[in-house]
Design a protein around this ligand. Structure first.
Ligand code: MN
Ligand code: MN
Length: 333
């Protein structure tokens, strides 16, 4: 399924590691060419984008530094997926589009700026794979993807992020994006599955709202009881054939594997469970994804960012297959 639409001279590829060592040159996501949105000229299928913003964080900040360290650690990523054999950079034209514009001192303006940017990404026909940033950045992304019809979502997270308000009347935090998205009609709760949920709540009623909307919540106990393959089957059943977004909060993983995050909860997924889970989304109608809440100040070793970059590559592989399949369908119709 090599992409035959782009001639080789136009093909966007990561730097050749045999020519330029992987620790050299300016760090971009997976060593891809940096192509700003204004220069894409119809050449880019999948845009890797940073959103360096954590103004929705309610506890420990720092996810604004995520994209830069994920870029740095993503130089360790190679091109061929060892288990699935997928080569995403052969299937699709991928580029690092740089960072979305943000405003670190004004939450509502930041949501506006990010939202406008992702509307332009969608208008350019580019499928976004984003590195956050705190989880509130998923809201403006969903506003662009779910504008015509609500999308489904597979969310890996310790938290549901469907809380209502904080500190009185504040409706927009990294604990509320999916409640707002459902209220706005851009996310279909009946096609939403949340995996890895755990940790103490403020009260027994905190679980009720999402369940009442019809979200399928797979708490971590059920995840381990079912096992990865059964969770994949359940996620596929919920997502169905419709357009589906993948949102990967790094705190879904156990903090042993990903300590660099703002709201860690022990007893989470292992990295390999998460990798196998993501591989299980092959063939779904994926329209975008993000990896959020990597907070480098809490993990100066960079390992959490490496985990984030690796999850992005796992997602990129299944996303590239989905994008390439849609392109082939369009070409034959
Ligand atoms: Mn979380
Ligand atoms: Mn989250």
């Amino acid at each position: 399924m090599r992409d035959e639409h782009a001639p080789d001279s136009e093909r966007l590829k990561p730097l050749e590691s045999e020519v330029v060592p992987r620790y050299a040159e300016i760090a971009t996501f997976m060593r891809l060419p940096h192509v700003p949105l204004g220069d894409t000229r119809g050449r880019v299928d999948i845009g890797l984008i940073g959103v360096p913003w954590d103004g929705g964080t309610t506890n420990r900040p720092g996810a604004r530094h995520g994209p830069r360290q994920v870029r740095e650690m993503s130089s360790l990523i190679r091109r061929y997926h060892h288990a699935t054999g997928i080569m995403p950079f052969d299937l699709c034209q991928c580029a690092d589009l740089g960072d979305a514009p943000v405003n670190p001192v004004d939450l509502m303006d930041a949501l506006e700026r990010v939202g406008r940017y992702y509307r332009d990404v969608a208008a350019a026909g580019i499928v976004p794979l984003t590195a956050g940033g705190d989880h509130l950045i998923s809201l403006p992304i969903l506003r662009s993807l779910g504008r015509d019809a609500p999308v489904g979502m597979i969310q890996i997270d310790a938290h549901t992020d469907t809380w209502d308000k904080y500190f009185g009347d504040s409706e927009y935090t990294h604990g509320t994006p999916f409640r707002r998205a459902i209220e706005e009609g851009i996310l279909d709760p009946k096609r939403t599955v949340q995996i890895g949920i755990r940790g103490g709540l403020y009260g027994a009623g905190d679980k009720a709202w999402g369940l009442e909307q019809g979200i399928r919540v797979i708490e971590i106990e059920e995840f381990f009881d079912l096992g990865v393959d059964a969770v994949i089957a359940e996620a596929r059943r919920v997502a169905g054939d419709g357009e589906t977004y993948v949102s990967f909060d790094i705190d879904g993983l156990d903090p042993v594997f990903a300590p660099g995050t703002g709201t860690p909860e022990v007893g989470g997924l292992m990295t390999h469970d998460a990798q196998r889970l993501l591989r299980g989304f092959r063939g779904l109608n994926l329209v975008g994804a993000d990896v959020v809440e990597v907070s480098p100040p809490f993990d100066p070793s960079g390992n959490t960012a490496l985990v984030g970059a690796t999850m992005m590559f796992e997602i990129l592989c299944v996303l590239a297959e989905a994008v390439s399949a849609r392109k082939c369908n369009r070409a034959t119709n």
